[in-house]
Design a protein around this ligand. Structure first.
Ligand code: HEC
Ligand code: HEC
Length: 347
């Protein structure tokens, strides 16, 4: 009898532990974040559908979960000229979504008409790049916002002034207080803009459909262009989810691009301006080729007016090859298939 009640008690205790365990697991699963709080770089999700794993370029995730409140706030800030010292320039001045996230000018004009020292990079898909800016001077999207705010050729402002301007708006105060424990601070402004930038991904290009197994998504000529792109070695630098954006490389591997172009400026020193290391002279982040047909002119100096021109320069200075006009045309056709969708509509 005693034995029986002891084992019964043991069973009860065992059952009790089981219930606790199940409850704990359920809580864990339930707690599992539905919404990615945010980080400098987008985690590339496992795709539920078949993806060509052996290709140098990978598809952009079809969906990225982000806090919709922060995305909306970040969008408002992106268009707000109060982020500039004299309330004349916003992020959207130079990053126009109707023209591929750039202005299609050699250089953009910031506050008081100051010209930027390099060609404007697109904000689309920037969350997939391992670092930001041509020289990789910003490690995260937040740090990039910080630089744009302070740069005299961009917004030419500082945090105390921006924060105090925004605090005068009851609407901003309300929304920031709802989303951030600290309300309006440089940190929450950067976080909201960075979260909005993570929403600027452009999935579902024809090339991504091809990578996901729809072989008919590309024409014969576009596939030929992709074959040349791989065979000639473009893909050794332009690779990964963004067809670029994941490594640094010297501009002018097989010839001195800068001597041939002439008039070398500080901005041409690239990564050297960040590290001070002699081997980083003329080194740049390999730029993304996503939506590339929309973002002429090309290169950090805006020197190539057209895509065929840029491709010929790349073949000559990065690969030491000369491509025929037909080959260049096929590569252009392939690159055209990298144009994706923003919020479900073609860019
Ligand atoms: C005056 C024009 C101008 C304004 C205003 C401006 N940008 Fe830019 N943006 C540029 C230029 C030029 C670059 C390239 C800078 C470099 O490489 O040093 C750039 C680069 C970037 C990049 C890096 C892209 C990448 O993949 O490396 C991001 C992100 C970005 N800007 C976001 C913003 C945000 C957010 C704002 C507002 C806070 C802003 N920009 C305001 C011109 C501008
Ligand atoms: C050794 C590495 C390397 C190889 C190989 C290479 N690229 Fe590039 N590519 C770069 C770098 C670095 C830049 C940035 C140059 C700059 O403006 O400073 C660039 C820039 C570009 C641009 C301009 C992008 C923009 O937004 O302005 C295009 C287009 C391009 N490459 C296409 C190609 C094609 C096509 C090939 C093959 C024929 C190729 N690249 C081969 C490293 C490479």
């Amino acid at each position: 009898m005693k034995h029986f009640s002891l084992s019964k008690r043991l069973i009860n205790r065992f059952l009790f532990i089981c219930v606790i365990l199940v409850a704990f697991l359920a809580a864990l699963l339930w707690k599992h974040p539905e919404v990615t709080e945010r980080s400098g770089v987008v985690p590339v999700e496992q795709e539920p559908v078949e993806v060509a794993v052996n290709e140098p370029i990978q598809p952009i995730p079809l969906h990225i979960k982000l806090d919709p409140g922060k995305v909306a706030l970040g969008e408002k800030l992106f268009y707000d000229p109060q982020l500039s010292h004299n309330n004349t320039v916003s992020c959207a001045t130079c990053h126009n979504f109707k023209t591929g996230g750039v202005e299609r000018l050699n250089f953009s004009r910031g506050m008081n008409g100051a010209l930027t020292s390099v060609n404007t990079l697109t904000v689309f898909n920037s969350g997939f790049n391992f670092k930001l800016n041509w020289d990789g001077s910003a490690e995260t999207l937040e740090e990039q916002v910080d630089k744009a705010i302070h740069n005299s050729k961009d917004l030419n402002a500082n945090w105390p002034e921006v924060v105090s301007k925004l605090k005068k708006s009851p609407e901003y105060v309300k929304v920031f207080d709802q989303l951030y424990a600290g309300g309006i601070t440089d940190h929450s402004i950067k976080d909201a803009i960075a979260t909005f930038e993570l929403s600027l991904y452009t999935p579902n290009s024809r090339f991504d459909k091809f990578l996901r197994g729809n072989l008919a998504a590309l024409s014969y000529e576009e596939k030929e262009g992709y074959r040349i792109f791989k065979d000639y070695g473009c893909a050794s630098c332009h690779q990964g989810v963004n067809a670029g954006g994941n490594l640094f490389h010297k501009f002018g591997v097989m010839g001195d691009y800068f001597v041939d172009r002439g008039k070398v400026k500080k901005a041409d020193l690239g990564r050297f301006n960040v590290t001070g290391e002699p081997q980083d002279k003329y080194v740049f982040k390999v730029p993304s080729l996503r939506n590339i047909t929309l973002t002429a002119p090309y290169f950090h100096d805006g020197s190539a007016k057209t895509l065929p021109e840029a491709i010929a320069v790349m073949a000559k200075y990065q690969l030491g090859r000369q491509l025929s006009p037909e080959q260049i045309d096929l590569i252009v056709k392939f690159l055209t298939t990298l144009t994706g969708e923003y919020k479900g509509s073609p860019l």
